[in-house]
Design a protein around this ligand. Structure first.
Ligand code: HAS
Length: 544
């Protein structure tokens, strides 16, 4: 069933994994550098000229490419499988895929030539060649097209199924893609309206404040574009994998709608220290940031309750006995459960970042990468790895090779990331800047207090290298060398209380209107002011 869609999604997975393989390779180099062992000079013969080129490749390939290719593939699969309907226009999905690939190749050339070492946030006035930004644009447009194909499929299904409630997996997947379509308008405006005219010489300068604001219009909801596919699995699949049922389906739907409503209008929490944004707007976005914390708390409650149902159905007794009965021998479940545990810490760190005054202590320090390695680096990436432990057999029809190795992989990622991010948070609190060669700083300034946390960073990075190697070994062995056949289906969870879903949780209109109105309120006046006062004066800089 869905053979054509499986082929399409397999190609998404191939590109995603190739990006993760190359991108994550730089992680241990960075971690070792922080520990005082700088191996970057040895990479020069391979064409990697500096720490910053490596860091840009690490950020772009992991945070942007691995995630987006995986997500567009995975959500296509969850949509068709849960609607039980083939894609309405398979060609459109292939077009989306190839536009993404062309965009990736176009952007990869200047990256590999060390012409675009502008880090993954590409803040002006750092400047890369215009075709780097063109590549990024094509990449995003390709992902839009993949989303349009999902929406077209949903509309065709809706015509054939009038009045039927949309299945949870499809609804959650579509909400995620719609969120993406809305939020990427920010970087589309930044790149097409400011950066490309500036890099092609049509205008002489750029306004960095306006560019940053447009970037974070997309940059914050981007993190929910990464997170929500993990939530699709935590709500829609993990209850079944745990042997139970989804505790509350209406609550799950409510959480996804809240993410659509609240993810975008809070980007100023990344700009608390930007002088060009008045304090009142920062305050409004701080309040909204605390409101987007709420659907994650609903998720924590609902997902843990669902796992408890599973643990008890498997014979677990007492207050916590059910925890031991969960399927800890299943690498797909274990990877995702461990991802959730570390997300609780990453989320708590997010609340610290979100606080206007405490942010002054952590902003632009190593604390921030400590935070996002627990969130996108673990909650998201380890969940996607866990998903692949059932999805690769589902796509290839081959049994997972090396279940034990996969289990070791999940645990080593958990342990490695715990140690690594502990070190990063710690050294950040000691004032170590992010995106900086700390080994050099330690040698020059001899800061003794940084010694132990940087050791944590290096050791954590090495454990993650072991984990990454195990992961790719399992993937390659399963795809190419597994002899055993396997009939695997997508694990779709049932609702524990299959009560009727209230109409307001199945209706796009009020949520879409609410989303647009809230964005206009939270961004409109400030964008008008920034645009009307824009100074296109800053030249481009190439500091590497
Ligand atoms: Fe963040 C910076 C605030 C979530 C990613 N964030 C970043 C950056 C990235 C990032 C990449 O307010 C750096 C950007 C850059 O390069 O400059 N973040 C938050 C807040 C949340 C949050 C309030 N972030 C995420 C997620 C990310 C992510 C998710 C990626 C996927 N973040 C900030 C702020 C900054 C920031 C500021 C700017 C800092 C600065 O100064 O630059 C919240 O959404 C978090 C809510 C989540 C929770 C956790 C709920 C727990 C769950 C699991 C429960 C299950 C359990 C398992 C415990 C409160 C759902 C039980 C297990 C069993 C076995 C039973």
């Amino acid at each position: 069933m869905f053979a054509a869609e499986k082929k399409l999604v397999s190609w998404h997975v191939v590109v995603a994994l190739a990006s993760l393989a190359l991108g994550s390779l730089f992680g241990p180099f960075q971690a070792l550098e922080h520990m005082g062992v700088n191996l970057y000079p040895a990479l020069k013969s391979l064409g990697i000229q500096s720490y910053y080129q490596g860091l840009t490749l690490h950020g772009v390939l992991n945070a942007l490419v691995w995630t987006t290719f995986f997500i567009t593939g995975f959500l296509t699969l969850t949509t068709v499988r849960s609607l039980n309907r083939a894609l309405a226009n398979l060609t459109l999905s292939w077009v989306g895929f190839w536009v993404m690939v062309v965009g990736l190749v176009t952007a990869a050339i200047p990256l590999l030539l060390n012409q675009a070492s502008v880090l993954y946030t590409f803040y002006p006035p750092l400047q890369a060649p215009w075709y780097y930004y063109l590549g990024l644009t094509l990449f995003v447009v390709g992902s839009w097209v993949c989303g349009w194909s999902m929406i077209a499929t949903f509309l065709a299904w809706r015509k054939e199924n009038k009045g039927v409630t949309t299945p949870l997996l499809a609804l959650a997947s579509l909400i995620t893609m719609v969120l993406w379509q809305i939020c990427t308008l920010g970087i589309a405006a930044e790149i097409l309206g400011l950066i490309i005219p500036w890099t092609t010489g049509l205008v002489q300068g750029i306004d960095p404040q306006l560019a940053r604001t447009l970037f974070w219009f997309t940059g914050h909801p981007l993190v929910y574009f990464w997170l929500l596919p993990a939530y699709v699995s935590w709500y829609g699949m993990i209850p079944k994998q745990a042997g139970g049922k989804l505790f509350s389906e209406p609550l799950a739907r409510f959480s996804f709608w809240l993410f659509l409503l609240l993810s975008t209008p809070l980007g100023f929490h990344h700009q608390y220290l930007d002088p060009g944004v008045p304090a009142v707007w920062k305050f409004i976005h701080a309040v909204l940031t605390y409101s987007v914390f709420f659907p994650s708390m609903l998720t924590a409650f609902n997902v843990i309750a669902s796992m408890e149902i599973g643990g008890r159905a498997r014979g677990g007794k007492g207050l916590f006995g059910w925890l031991l009965k969960l399927p800890w021998g299943d690498p797909s479940f274990t990877a995702q459960a461990l991802a959730m545990i570390l997300f609780a810490f990453g989320g708590a760190g997010g609340l610290i970042n979100a606080s206007y005054d405490i942010n002054l202590v952590v902003h632009n320090t190593a604390w921030v990468p400590g935070h996002f390695h627990l969130t996108v680096g673990t909650a998201v990436t380890l969940t996607f790895m866990g998903i692949l432990y059932w999805m690769l057999p589902y796509l290839t029809g081959k049994a997972l090779w090396g279940r034990k190795a996969a289990l070791w992989q999940a645990w080593t990622w958990f342990v490695g990331m715990t140690i690594f991010s502990r070190g990063m948070h710690w050294i950040g609190l000691l004032g170590a800047p992010r995106r900086t060669m700390l080994g050099v700083a330690i040698q020059n300034y001899g800061s003794g207090a940084w010694r132990v946390p940087t050791l944590f960073v290096g050791i954590g990075g090495l454990i993650l290298l072991v984990s990454g190697t195990l992961f790719f070994t399992v993937m390659i062995m399963t795809a190419f060398f597994s002899k055993e056949k396997a009939e695997v289906d997508m694990p779709i969870a049932e609702a524990a209380h299959p009560e009727a879903i209230p109409a307001w949780l199945n209706n796009w209109q009020p949520w879409l209107i609410g989303t647009i109105v809230l964005i206009l309120i939270a961004y409109g006046p400030m964008l008008i002011e920034l645009i009307s006062q824009a100074q296109f004066t800053s030249p481009g800089f190439q500091l590497w």
